[in-house]
Design a protein around this ligand. Structure first.
Ligand SMILES: Nc1nc2c(ncn2[C@@H]2O[C@H](COP(=O)(O)OP(=O)(O)OP(=O)(O)O)[C@@H](O)[C@H]2O)c(=O)[nH]1
Length: 205
């Protein structure tokens, strides 16, 4: 398991299927350079960084879902490890950012929906809510999407959020990490961080 979590109280965790652009987003947030577009499934354990503009630790969790050349049992183990990490640290994770590919997410979700199959993204979204971690869905690669509102509404629908997406701006954040346009995500995360701070204060009354 993951053993090197620094002892920091406030954490933002990034999760997402392989190849959604997590490394590109991390580069934007931290200023570190990451290997992007490399062989999928390379990151197997959480990596912790400082979020440069905020006083928080940001944790990059391994990519999950289908990865070319990665055996099924390794894939399942990665998912189990991610879930366990989040469960173990749920009280410290102030917000989770679930990164999805804006162009492909709905199709992938639909392809994997069935009587005994829950798509990874949907499963992760509900799991995070179940453990009381506020979720921001960073809908990445929006530069490739033409029918923006329609796609985002469909995604809301698949996640069980009543469309239109615009009423979920603290949850649904359309971004393009590659172009450096990630403000909807940082705004939404800040919103949740402030809420967490406020809850902390109220605890004393
Ligand atoms: N068009 C477009 N492409 C993007 C964007 N963000 C990332 N990409 C591309 O998507 C591919 C995957 O990006 P990565 O950042 O490596 O993705 P990852 O999620 O870290 O992938 P893994 O390492 O497999 O976990 C790369 O070719 C990126 O250039 C974006 O906003 N728009």
């Amino acid at each position: 398991m993951f053993e090197s979590r620094p002892d920091r109280d406030a954490e933002v965790a990034l999760v997402g299927r392989s190849n959604v652009g997590k490394s590109t987003l991390m580069r934007e947030l931290t200023g570190h350079t990451f290997d992007t577009g490399q062989r999928p499934g390379v990151t197997r354990s959480p990596n912790h960084y400082d979020w440069t503009s905020e006083d928080f630790m940001i944790t990059d969790l391994p990519g999950f879902g289908f990865m070319e050349g990665v055996p099924e049992d390794v894939r399942e183990q990665t998912k189990t490890d991610i879930v366990r990490y989040i469960e173990d640290n749920a009280d410290k994770i102030l917000t989770a950012v679930l990164v999805v590919d804006g162009k492909a997410a709905v199709d992938i979700i639909d392809r994997h929906s069935g009587p005994d199959e829950v798509p990874y993204d949907v499963e992760m979204f509900h799991f995070l809510r179940d453990v009381d971690v506020p979720v921001v869905v960073a809908v990445n690669k929006m530069d490739k999407v033409d029918d923006r509102d329609e796609r985002l509404n469909e995604l809301c629908d698949r996640l069980g959020l009543y469309p239109p997406w615009k009423q979920w701006q603290n949850t649904i954040a359309p971004i393009s990490a590659k172009r450096g346009s990630i403000e909807p995500m940082t705004d939404a995360v800040r919103h949740h961080l402030h809420e967490a701070e406020r809850d902390d204060l109220f605890q004393f009354f």
